[in-house]
Structures are given as C-alpha cells and as structure tokens.
Write a protein that binds this ligand. Structure first.
Ligand code: TA6
Length: 326
C-alpha cells in the first residue's frame, strides 16, 4: 500500500506552481502537488495560512492553503489520512486565462493512475476549476465515473486554512442548531446552541447538514470572509491549539493563534457515484469590509495588544496564553 506519491524531481517541483494573476496584486497560486491552493492574495494581502514548517517535497501533504481531500476524509485503512488527492500530482488542464470581465480562470484535473489504483481500484476523473475575481475565489469541482458497470463511493472536502490575526477573535455564523461530531471528545455527537461560534480551545468538529453560507469575522486585517458552498452538506471546524500543534512536525508550536480551518465537505455521509454519472460541488470565498469597529472591538484589541507586549517581554508565548485562557 503506497502511502505517499512517488517522489518528484527538483525540476518537476519547480514546474509545480501555477499562478492566476488578476493584476492589482491580486493573485492565486496553486501547487500541482495535490492541486493545493498555497496562496490567495487580494491587493497584496495574503488570505490563507501556510505553516512556516510546511513540506514542499512533493510527497507529504502541504500544511496549509487549501488541500483537496478525496476519496476519504480522516483515517483510511487503504491509504493515507484524508485520501490520496492531496499527495498526488495533478495536471494543468487549462492554463490561466483572463476572461472578458478581468477574472482569471484555470482548470486542474486528476485521473486514476497506478498509484491511486494501488489503494482504490476505481476509474475516476476530477476537474477542478478555479476562478480568481476581484475579492472572491471560486471553486467548481466535477467528479466523473467513466466506468460502464462499477459504482464507487467517496468523501470530498476543501481543507481551507484561513489566515487570521488572532483565532480567539474570530466568530463563525451558520452553525446554530446543527449536530456535530466532536473529535476532541471521542466522536461524541452534540448540537450547537450558539448563534456565533468562537474558538478558545482545541477544536475539531464535523458539523452536519450545515446551511450553504458561513461568515467568519476578523480574518486578515479585521475583514469578514463569506464562505458559500453548494453540494457540500458538512462544515469541519479545526484549530489544533497548544498540545496538538506540538504534535505536528510540519506546524510551528506558536502558529495555532494565526489559523482557522473552515472546511466545506461531503464527509458525514459518502457520495455514491453510479457508472457514467458525475457529481458537482462548488465553493466561493469572498472577503468583505467590516463596518467601523465598535467600542467593544477597540477595547478587546487594546487588551490583546497588552498581552502581545507581555509576550514579547516574557518571550514565553505558552505561559502568556495559558494565563489568558484560564
Ligand atoms: O479537518 C480536520 C482534521 O481532520 C483534524 O482531525 C486534523 O487531523 C486535521 O484534519 C489535519 O489532518 P492532517 O492529516 O493534515 O494532519
């Protein structure tokens, strides 16, 4: 059972990056290794988190950006956690092309090959169309089953790592009333009672049958991010916090405050794809300005500023945080 793709040469790695450039310092960069979106800059501001310890060896999944999870979400007895798509080299089906309205689109594809069939013996074809707009990034996915007689089932998820100034200031809407599988509590199932979900500890939840839209506040430079999804019934929320961060070799111990994963997925139940049929799903990430900061925001910002100063002064990030969280 092959757990990671055959290593790619340095030359191949060099040609692994595709850039969509809309001008005005608005770009989207995709690494063909996993068709992982590794950067989305809007007016020169990076919207996605990529760990400073992320591996770009063309074998391991890239720790950050938007890894593409398929055909399995989570641990897998036939192959690597979260499937093979994020550790396989994709093809550039259609190079970046500027559209008449100034948007830029490119299409990536993945088909079954010896490596994928060694774990999952099905024919398949995925097309992944990305469109870079002024303040939006669109994802259109098609999964096709070319077989004449074999159906297959799969999970799929866009493992989006949002870059945030301070995850404890982020608020997520659209989860109230949804049941969730809590992976920090042995997979126990609960119902979300909060209108606004905040993160103040290790969080790893699969929210089921969530609405099509979430708004995440206090992303880069205090803006809001709207996530709109279609045919992705689930939303996974993840932050490793202190202890889990230390367990990951490709993630800095001090990086957890600056990332928040909000992941559109079809994971709590599999998609069943009959022979000769296809499945479509899409996601739109859109950033938009916040109205003028409220008094409350300013007060909290000042409080955090004093914590930051203390951090610098003590140079002991963990002690600071522990103090704060209690
Ligand atoms: O999507 C959340 C999650 O499934 C967490 O359980 C955590 O394991 C995270 O993905 C990262 O997984 P990875 O295989 O990339 O280390």
């Amino acid at each position: 059972m092959a757990n990671s793709a055959p290593a790619s040469s340095a030359a191949t790695q060099a040609t692994s990056v595709v850039v969509l450039d809309r001008g005005n310092n608005t770009t989207c960069t995709i690494n063909l290794h996993g068709a992982t979106v590794v950067s989305w800059r809007v007016n020169n501001q990076e919207q996605l988190f990529v760990s400073k310890l992320a591996s770009f060896d063309g074998k391991k999944a890239i720790r950050g950006g938007i890894p593409f999870v398929f055909p399995q979400f989570g641990p897998w007895s036939f192959g690597p956690q979260h499937g093979f798509a994020r550790v396989t080299r994709w093809s550039l089906e259609k190079p970046p092309e500027r559209m008449h309205n100034g948007d830029v689109e490119a299409i990536f594809s993945l088909m079954d090959n010896e490596f994928t069939r060694s774990m999952w013996n099905y024919q398949f074809r995925i097309t992944y169309r990305l469109i870079l707009r002024e303040k939006e990034l669109h994802f259109h996915i098609g999964v096709y089953n070319p077989s004449k007689d074999l159906s297959f089932t799969f999970n799929m998820l866009l493992h989006t790592y949002l870059k945030v100034p301070d995850v404890r200031r982020c608020q997520i809407t659209g989860l109230r009333g949804c049941t969730f599988i809590d992976k920090t509590r042995e997979g126990a199932i609960y119902q979300e009672g909060r209108e606004i979900v905040t993160i103040g500890e290790w969080t790893d939840r699969i929210y089921q049958h969530t609405p099509q839209e979430h708004v995440i506040t206090n992303v880069v430079s205090g803006r809001k991010m709207r996530l709109h999804k279609y045919n992705f019934p689930d939303t996974v929320i993840w932050n490793p916090w202190i202890d889990q961060a230390r367990e990951m070799s490709d993630f800095g111990d001090d990086e957890f405050p600056n990332m928040l994963c909000v992941e559109s997925g079809h994971v709590s139940s599999p998609v069943i794809l009959l022979p000769g049929t296809s499945f479509e799903a899409s996601q739109i990430l859109q950033i938009f300005e916040c109205p003028k900061e409220t008094e409350g925001d300013i007060e909290l910002a000042n409080k955090n500023k004093s914590i930051k100063n203390k951090q610098v002064r003590d140079g002991a990030i963990w002690k600071c945080f522990d103090l704060e969280i209690q």
